[in-house]
Design a binder for this molecule. Structure first.
Ligand code: C2E
Ligand code: MG
Ligand code: MG
Length: 693
């Protein structure tokens, strides 16, 4: 192309063009340069004529770079790209270079033409823009975007090298008031000082960024243990707290730090920052000038709770909640006295879920109130239906602590009841947890009084678990005490539970409240409760909670337990309770021996085993029992059998200790026979006692 131009035109073009031009021959000697070449490189024609272009080499590129460049030129006749060169004054600059091989008419390469543009300024401007986008102008620290980018990289590394990574969020305490008081210029000066201090503190592999305002993030990677993080946060707190002098005046600042740790907190970069932020707010709440570690477990629980609240409110809207009903009976009369409404979630994927799966998660959310009001409506609708079907039965509904503690509980209840004017309110019973009532006794007492005036009854549910004092029972006018099922489970085995139940029944009598036991699973528990003076009961042993439509058929077919009727006409005096307890003490003693054979217990009170006066039954028999019943024939008849069973029990334990388990098991049958004989005698004795009243 050069050859096609007239020399005049070529000379004008080459001298006026703004791009630098350099022509070399095949010996790699510079044979031509234009004016722009000299302007960019600083070399004159005299400096470079006949020289190797390598005199421009900046040493920024390795040999391979140039080999590739020449390979491309040889193969294609062209190369273009960015290259760092050196000016005559030594300054390194970036240019965009394009090299073309020029062939003669025979097709042989004769020259190379290099055309280049200085892009140094452009690149610098670009870099300045990039920097402004990634760095904070005031402190020159990386900004939020750059911090997140850096954190992402460090996270990837931590994933590979299994080292700890800490994200520390720092927020100056009360910085706004410092700003307001001393002006923004001073505020800025302080921020710059803090930024510089932080930068000096961290290791070269860590980073500190300014996220905005008085908020900084510090990323510490490659940590070995939590101690290192603690030391660091302590140092940051101290460092920020040491006074800052500006224009001769001293200023003091403090900071709150929030920390989260990867991999314990397995979140992405953005979320880690958010978690550190949450922890920082906790540090502020806890009194500022301190650090707080993000609690992963708690956060996950909170997350699960949020999701569940969401799902459950949808469930309420979509009618996925249902009520089951569990009958309550009077064991002495054999009559059904009511039902308790118990909520279930008919989950589209997981089937029926009991309240334990979802209610605790919404306990502190207003959704529990919506659910509670729905339950009342639903139960009253059901009650109305049963009344139409000639079933007059009371329905009890569980009320959550949050609901009952609402100041407008009564007006809201009245609003619901307005829609059920045809339902006698005497049939509605509200169960509140003893613990909920304890939270605000005055309020709860007032609510109960107001409801009472409308005819509604109240029960204290799970009674015995809430540590209610006697004075509290006096102040809370609930009509019914519902003995917690945990005491009923162990009624027959645990002396303390039996004593507690006995105590609650005594309390109920003294305060003229009705008492009901929940969690009755078998006949024995029911009978014992009845004999202790608690006639009302509810439990799987009577009926499980059932769908509403099953209740009418169940009522129709209900047959009271025969065992209940045996004791129905008898009443016990408190002074005879130990006789009932003694029976169960003996059953426990026998159970313990059977457990020993099966290896379920390896400790045994040997004294109570060998000496028939040392077991609990023996204690009663030779003290209180003898004083009270020694004149009754059946009482004396128990002693020989009781002595025999102790001999046998001792013998069984010895066999077990010698490893002769088969022998021990055979003897166990005999043991059970002797036990039954003692129970028979006790039953006869009890009948005599009742008859003598
Ligand atoms: P709760 O009010 O003490 O109800 C008795 C719980 O014991 C019910 O469990 C019942 O199914 C269970 N139960 C009854 N008899 C027996 C038995 O013989 N053995 C055993 N192992 N368990 C028995 P559920 O239905 O799972 O309810 C648990 C708790 O959830 C209830 O205890 C009550 O505090 C709460 N709850 C149930 N429905 C509602 C409701 O509609 N609203 C509110 N706020 N709480 C409810
Ligand atoms: Mg209940
Ligand atoms: Mg209960």
């Amino acid at each position: 192309m050069i050859n096609l131009l007239s020399p005049e035109i070529a000379s004008i073009v080459f001298s006026d063009i703004r791009d630098g031009i350099m022509v070399t021959n095949t010996k790699n000697e510079i044979v031509f340069i234009n004016n722009a070449f000299s302007e960019v490189t600083g070399y004159s024609e005299a400096d470079v004529m006949g020289c190797d272009p390598r005199l421009l080499n900046s040493s920024h590129h390795d040999e391979e770079f140039f080999l590739n460049m020449w390979k491309t030129i040889k193969e294609t006749g062209h190369w273009k790209g960015e290259i760092w060169d050196r000016r005559k004054d030594g300054e390194i600059y970036l240019e965009f270079l394009s090299i073309s091989a020029i062939k003669n008419c025979r097709g042989d390469v004769e020259h190379y033409v290099a055309v280049f543009t200085d892009i140094n300024e452009k690149r610098k401007a670009e870099q300045r823009l990039d920097r402004a986008a990634l760095y904070d102008v005031l402190t020159e620290l990386p900004n939020r975007i750059q911090t997140i980018h850096y954190l992402q990289n460090k996270l990837n590394k931590s994933r590979k090298n299994h080292k700890l990574l800490a994200v520390v969020m720092l927020d100056l305490d009360d910085f706004k008031s410092t700003n307001d008081k001393f002006g923004h210029d001073l505020g800025d000066r302080l921020l710059v000082v803090i930024a510089q201090r932080l930068q000096r503190l961290i290791r070269s592999t860590d980073m500190v960024g300014r996220l905005g305002g008085d908020e900084f993030a510090i990323i510490l990677s490659n940590l070995n243990n939590f101690d290192e993080v603690e030391q660091m946060t302590h140092r940051i707190n101290c460092l920020v707290a040491s006074s800052i002098t500006v224009n001769g005046e001293k200023y003091r600042l403090t900071t709150s730090l929030g920390v989260t740790l990867y991999p314990f907190d397995e979140a992405d970069a953005e979320l880690l920052l958010r978690h550190a932020d949450q922890a920082m707010y906790k540090a502020k709440e806890n009194g500022k000038n301190q650090s707080h570690l993000f609690d992963v477990e708690k956060d996950q629980q909170a997350q699960t709770r949020r999701e569940l609240v969401q799902q459950l409110s949808v469930a309420l809207e979509k009618n996925q909640l249902v009520l089951f009903y569990q009958p309550k009976v009077n064991m002495r009369t054999g009559k059904i006295v009511g039902v308790e409404a118990l909520i279930r979630w008919q989950h589209p994927e997981e089937g029926f879920l009991g309240p334990g799966h979802f209610l605790p998660h919404v306990e502190y959310h207003d959704l529990i109130i919506d659910i509670g009001e729905w339950v009342i409506c639903k139960a009253l609708t059901q009650l109305r239906y049963w009344l139409k079907k000639d079933l007059k039965i009371s329905v009890s509904v569980n009320i959550s602590a949050r609901q009952i503690l609402q100041l407008d509980f009564v007006p809201r209840l009245k609003e619901i009841l307005n829609n059920f004017n045809d339902v006698p309110l005497e049939l509605l019973e509200l169960e509140i947890l003893e613990s909920a009532a304890l939270e605000n006794t005055d309020h709860v007492a007032r609510v109960i009084e107001q409801c009472r005036k409308m005819g509604i009854h109240f029960a204290l549910d799970d009674f015995g678990t809430g540590y209610a004092s006697l004075s509290y029972l006096r102040d809370i006018p609930a009509d019914i005490l519902k003995i917690d099922q945990s005491f009923i489970f162990n009624l027959l085995d645990k002396r303390k539970d039996l004593a507690l139940v006995e105590g609650i029944i005594g309390l109920a009598t003294a305060f003229q409240r009705t008492v009901i036991a929940e969690g009755i699973e078998n006949t024995e528990q029911g009978v014992l409760l009845m004999r202790l003076g608690c006639d009302l009961g509810q439990g799987f042993g009577i009926a499980r909670p059932m769908p509403a439509e099953n209740l009418l058929p169940w009522v129709k077919n209900f047959q009271p337990d025969k065992e209940w009727s045996i004791w129905a006409d008898t009443s016990w005096e408190i002074s005879d309770f130990p006789l009932l307890v003694a029976q169960h003490d003996h059953i426990s003693w026998v159970k313990n021996i059977l457990f020993y054979i099966e290896g379920k217990t390896n400790s045994f009170n040997k004294a109570s085993l060998i000496n028939h006066q040392e077991c609990r039954f023996g204690h009663w028999y030779y003290s209180y029992g003898r004083q009270r019943y020694k004149h009754i024939k059946e009482f004396s008849e128990i002693e020989p059998t009781h002595i025999s069973i102790h001999h046998l029990g001792h013998n069984i334990i010895q066999l077990c200790d010698q490893g002769e388990l088969d022998g021990a098991r055979k003897k166990a049958r005999e043991l059970l026979q002797l036990k039954d004989r003692i129970l028979e005698k006790l039953a006869l004795l009890q009948k005599q006692v009742v008859a003598s009243h």
